[in-house]
Write a protein that binds this ligand. Structure first.
Ligand code: HGY
Ligand code: MN
Ligand code: MN
Length: 413
């Protein structure tokens, strides 16, 4: 396969998958949307055409297998996700699924049959959903999805389990999928960096050292409804003002982290029965991320105290619910070395880099040797219509993924 031919095929796959969107700016393929459901029919067919034997597992993950020639060798797994955030781009996750399919195509065109089975997975619903839970499919794949996850309720009062059932997924299957899990020898995920580091350093490839942990916060503020015209400013218990001060406290937590962590408030809503009524209740959603578990837990304690203290100063009660989305996880050192060797063999410049984004790999890393290959994001932009990566960089990533698998296949575990 020439580099150019591979590039053309990848380009047309990307363009085809990008046509599946719910409409509006950018690309939207959210977990329970028709666009996402229809796009997975295309992914399944594309996997099958590449020579993979494809099935949907009990969790709705698409699992494609290219049989190896030594049943004792085990499995080498690649994958990622093809759902997007609302108004997202065309590369996040997609590069890992289409890139893995391209590796399989090239193995077959070159008549190369590995000893290991090669498995490609399009994991269901990696992006955060209305229930604040990321990586639904990979969490289930490794047996980490719990009944309490499925019992989470959205703002319309529907549980995640109900939404899954309504969309044709079997909640029991989601809980049981982990029992089918067969530990692969290695899982390697190709992904866009989604940040500015590789581009700024002029690197072609990122060798991921670890993936951040995420703590998510849902804070509920209860104040007191009062007349907005007659109530003196110093006698108000304004829930929305308390929530707004918490937004700034979240930001300050990230700014004070000295690069050890980041903190983001993503949604604030207040309830007042009219413009002439002091808001009685408010809700704030936020998250913090760090590769350092110690920083993450200390920041959670500090921010909790600060928000409680501020709410008290406004005469407002606050309830804080923290949810651990995932723990920070290091990537496998041996496979990292294989990735950097593969990059050098292809004459590519690589950088070791932690991932500020979470990925399906963070769940696979709990159960098998896992590593990630990054390709640069233009302008460091992601989760927006401007998300972009050059086809050359995409082809480089596919080449490194392919060489890494070939290297893993040539040595026994
Ligand atoms: O949130 C993340 O980092 C990922 O894009 N789901
Ligand atoms: Mn992703
Ligand atoms: Mn994402």
């Amino acid at each position: 396969m020439t580099l150019v031919a591979g590039a053309e095929r990848l380009h047309s796959d990307l363009a085809e998958l990008a046509t599946y969107s719910e409409g509006g700016p950018g690309t939207s393929r959210r977990l329970f949307s028709d666009a996402y459901r229809d796009s997975r029919d295309w992914v399944r067919e594309t996997m099958r055409e590449s020579g993979l034997v494809v099935r949907a597992d009990a969790a709705g993950n698409l699992v494609g297998v290219l049989e190896g020639n030594d049943p004792r060798a085990g499995t080498l797994m690649m994958g990622s996700h093809t759902d997007t955030v609302d108004g997202g781009g065309n590369y996040d996750g997609v590069v890992g699924v289409l890139g893995a399919i391209e590796v399989v195509r090239q193995f077959r065109e070159e008549g190369r049959r590995l000893a290991h089975d090669v498995v490609v997975v399009d994991f269901l619903g990696e992006e955060s959903n209305d229930y604040g839970l990321t990586c639904l499919g990979s969490r289930s794949f490794v047996g980490d999805l719990t009944a309490s996850d499925l019992a989470r309720v959205d703002t319309a009062g529907r549980t995640l389990g109900q939404r899954c059932a309504d969309s044709g997924l079997d909640p029991h299957g989601l809980l049981a999928a982990g029992r089918q899990f067969q530990r692969p020898r290695a899982y390697v995920e190709l992904h866009i960096e989604q940040g500015p580091v590789l581009e700024e350093r002029g690197a072609d490839i990122g060798v991921v050292t670890g993936i951040v942990g995420i703590q998510r916060l849902l804070a509920t503020f209860i104040g007191q409804a009062d007349h907005a015209g007659t109530t003196p400013m110093d006698r108000r218990r304004d829930a929305l003002v308390a929530a707004a001060s918490a937004v700034l406290a979240v930001r300050q937590t990230g700014c004070d982290a000295g690069g050890q962590g980041v903190a983001t408030a993503s949604d604030i809503s207040g309830y007042s029965s009219g413009p002439n009524v002091v808001p009685r209740t408010a809700r704030l959603q936020a998250e913090m991320r760090s590769i350092e578990p110690v920083w993450l837990s200390a920041a959670e304690r500090r921010l909790t105290q600060e928000i409680q203290h501020m709410a008290e100063s406004y005469g407002v009660e606050v309830d804080l619910e923290w949810i651990a989305d995932n723990e920070p996880r290091p990537m496998d050192g041996t496979i990292q070395r294989r990735i950097s060797t593969a990059a050098e063999a292809l004459g590519l410049r690589w950088e070791a880099i932690p991932s500020g984004a979470t990925h399906d790999a963070v769940h696979l890393a709990r159960v098998c040797p896992t590593a990630m290959v990054f390709v640069p994001s233009i302008g460091g932009r992601s989760h927006c219509p401007e998300e972009n990566t050059t086809i050359e960089d995409f082809v480089h990533g596919v080449g490194v993924l392919k060489e890494t698998l070939t290297d893993l296949d040539s040595t026994r575990a």
